[in-house]
Design a protein around this ligand. Structure first.
Ligand SMILES: CC(C)(COP(=O)(O)OP(=O)(O)OC[C@H]1O[C@@H](n2cnc3c(N)ncnc32)[C@H](O)[C@@H]1OP(=O)(O)O)[C@@H](O)C(=O)NCCC(=O)NCCS
Length: 174
């Protein structure tokens, strides 16, 4: 899939907070992410983005003509036993789907994780979320397990499918 050249991937800044929250609200309204729209707050998002340190997390946006059309985060494990790992999540504006933006965002998270020297990226996806299941498969993630009824989306319990991608170090130049 070739992403439209007008779509740009870049690090999110605090100035993107309003647009990111608007995007997450529209995705939350689909009921697939389990985000409580009422808990989304642009000011808190701006503070989080301003404080973000690349050593610990990445936040990325895809933009089209300065409009945010996708958002992804990678969050590194905090404990000594998990500090080599990150967890990825992402959302694409419903009007901009199936144009390769999800793949582009996952490539961005992967590039950040490689640059940070991490070993693996994990992600959890509701079993009912066909688009995200297909995206992670397509991006080379393996299914590592299923947590039954792990997610509660609205009034419904839903299994969570756990994905993982092992990152291999780049080959040494000859
Ligand atoms: C999942 C999501 C991020 C995909 O974003 P996207 O920009 O539409 O994905 P892409 O266009 O990069 O799709 C890449 C590939 O994933 C698969 N895919 C994506 N959406 C799909 C769908 N609805 N049905 C089947 N396959 C799909 C396809 O293989 C696709 O390649 P193709 O279009 O060449 O067939 C988007 O649907 C979304 O934001 N969903 C709500 C939030 C969410 O579920 N986030 C993931 C949980 S962390």
């Amino acid at each position: 899939m070739v992403v439209e050249s007008a779509i740009r991937l870049r690090a999110a800044t605090e100035a993107d907070a309003d647009a990111i929250v608007a995007l997450l609200r529209s995705v939350a309204a689909e009921g697939m992410l389990g985000i409580d729209a009422a808990s989304l707050n642009p000011k808190e998002e701006a503070v989080r983005l301003a404080a973000l340190e690349l050593e610990h997390a990445c936040a990325l946006v895809t933009v089209h003509q300065s409009c945010v059309v996708g958002f992804a985060v990678g969050v590194r494990g905090l404990e000594p036993t998990t500090v080599h790992t990150a967890t990825a999540s992402l959302a694409v504006d419903p009007r901009w789907r199936r144009r390769g933006i999800g793949q582009l965002l996952l490539q961005g998270v992967r590039a950040w994780a490689m640059a940070a020297g991490l070993r693996r990226i994990g992600a959890g996806v509701a079993r009912s979320n066909a688009a995200a299941l297909a995206l992670f498969h397509r991006a080379g993630y393996a299914v590592e397990g299923v947590q039954r009824d792990q997610l509660r989306i609205g009034d419904t319990f839903c299994d969570e499918v756990l994905f993982g991608l092992i990152l291999l170090p780049a080959a040494e130049p000859k």
